[in-house]
Design a binder for this molecule. Structure first.
Ligand SMILES: *Cc1c(COP(=O)(O)O)cnc(C)c1O
Length: 401
């Protein structure tokens, strides 16, 4: 059966607008489309393909588990889930893990747990959730309402209540709305979709202190920043601030759908039998792949190399900017980098993405003013060089009209 990009318009719901090419195969940081054209992948499936495409160890883990056991439901537990949960708790502050299938689901669980924990310990008045403008937490109705762009949650009828937003890196605005009625503050320890914004040390430590003062749980949404992306296993480890609940997804499965919520014994106690659940959450296939991905990422070799590769990107992007003067800054951490467009190119991030695709480079945007890169953490240096050469041609094409 022949299918093409045109088929999309015929049979797919129009909520996405995919690129003109249809990729069919990937290996490492290279991807091939239906015509056989080869692309370099600086997008990593939006910070998902943490070990590139078809990493042989992940393929092996998938095959091996695929011939053993795919699915059981949570009426039974399974070995890959138990091993993965053990490794996640060993590697982080957390004592307990709840598995989901996506970032939004992990966040949904975190928010429900925060509400239930507050009810159990402080009573029903403590239910306010505070998050930050430009933050992104997923597309379920609860998570998208907690997200910091009302446009994404408008138009679907009455929204979940008791959700307020403060300004990111604006401690005073949080201080003005937080109180003993606040049950949780949810934040990304590096805003991704919102434009690759790092928190200042003063801000993130201040958020922690305000949460402590008002007995509110601090939830770090590490769906994008987690699993090695910043050069730490989780971004919180580089910030000197420990959350009460952490959510992780995207890179966790290296491309296989999985999400997880991590927390302490005391908080997890509120997630009693029957309070929450998922048919597929923690299924053996996803957990087997994620276990292998975590084994590989959580090594000094891979994590330290993220910092070195970040420098390669920064040096290359600085050189391009010297020549073409398009960015006001290159920001972010590790291999989650954003090129913020300067005054002359406001609103034109998508033009750079389209020009990059024409030069056979896959990249991302984060809003209208930031070009984003989230490549594989093990992208070969020569692919970084070649990708940056293609990006330079794309920049030149935009600059020269
Ligand atoms: C992508 C993302 C989500 C949503 O994850 P899904 O798997 O698409 O549900 C939530 N939070 C952050 C920070 C993200 O980047």
């Amino acid at each position: 059966m022949q299918v093409s990009r045109e088929t999309f318009n015929d049979v797919m719901a129009p909520n996405y607008n995919p690129a003109a090419i249809v990729p069919v195969r990937g290996q490492g940081s290279r991807v091939w489309d239906q015509k056989g054209d080869e692309y370099i992948d600086f997008a990593g499936g939006i910070a998902v393909n943490v070990l590139g495409h078809c990493h042989p160890e992940l393929v092996k883990a998938l095959h091996e588990q695929g011939e053993k056991l795919w699915h059981l439901s949570n009426v039974f537990t399974n070995e890959p889930a138990l091993r993965l949960a053990t490794k996640l708790t060993d590697a982080t502050f957390a004592d307990k893990v709840y598995f989901a299938n996506s970032g939004a689901e992990a966040n949904e669980a975190a928010l429900k747990l925060a509400r239930r924990f507050a009810l159990d310990h402080y009573g029903e008045d403590k239910n306010q959730i505070i998050s930050f403008k430009q933050g992104f937490h997923g597309r379920t109705f609860f998570t998208v309402t907690v997200g910091g762009q009302a446009a994404y949650s408008d138009g679907f009828g009455p929204k979940p209540g008791a959700i307020d937003h403060a300004g990111y890196n604006d401690l005073e605005s949080l201080e003005a709305i937080i109180s003993d009625k606040t049950c949780a503050v949810m934040m990304e320890p590096l805003q991704g979709e919102g434009g690759i914004i790092s928190p200042t040390e003063e801000f993130v430590k201040g958020v922690r202190a305000l949460c402590d003062k008002h007995n509110a749980l601090l939830i770090f949404d590490e769906v994008q920043s987690g699993v090695g992306r910043t050069g730490e296993l989780y971004a919180y480890m580089g910030l000197g601030v420990t959350p009460d609940i952490l959510t992780t997804a995207k890179a966790l499965g290296g491309g296989f759908p999985i999400g997880a919520m991590l927390t302490t014994n005391k908080i997890a106690d509120s997630l009693k039998v029957g309070t929450h659940g998922s048919t597929y959450g923690g299924n053996p296939l996803a957990c087997a792949v994620a276990e292998k991905a975590l084994d590989i990422v959580n090594t000094p070799e891979v994590l330290n190399d993220v910092k070195r590769k970040e420098q390669l990107f920064r040096d290359g992007l600085d050189a391009i900017n010297q020549k073409y003067k398009v960015f006001s800054e290159v920001r972010g951490k590790g291999l989650l980098l954003g090129c913020a467009l300067n005054q002359d190119y406001q609103g034109r991030a998508r033009d750079f993405l389209v020009a990059s695709t024409s030069e056979k480079l896959m990249c991302l945007v984060a809003g209208a003013n930031v070009v984003r890169f989230a490549p594989s953490l093990v992208i070969p240096d020569e692919d970084i060089k070649e990708g940056l050469a293609r990006f330079e041609r794309a920049v030149a094409a935009v600059v020269n009209g």
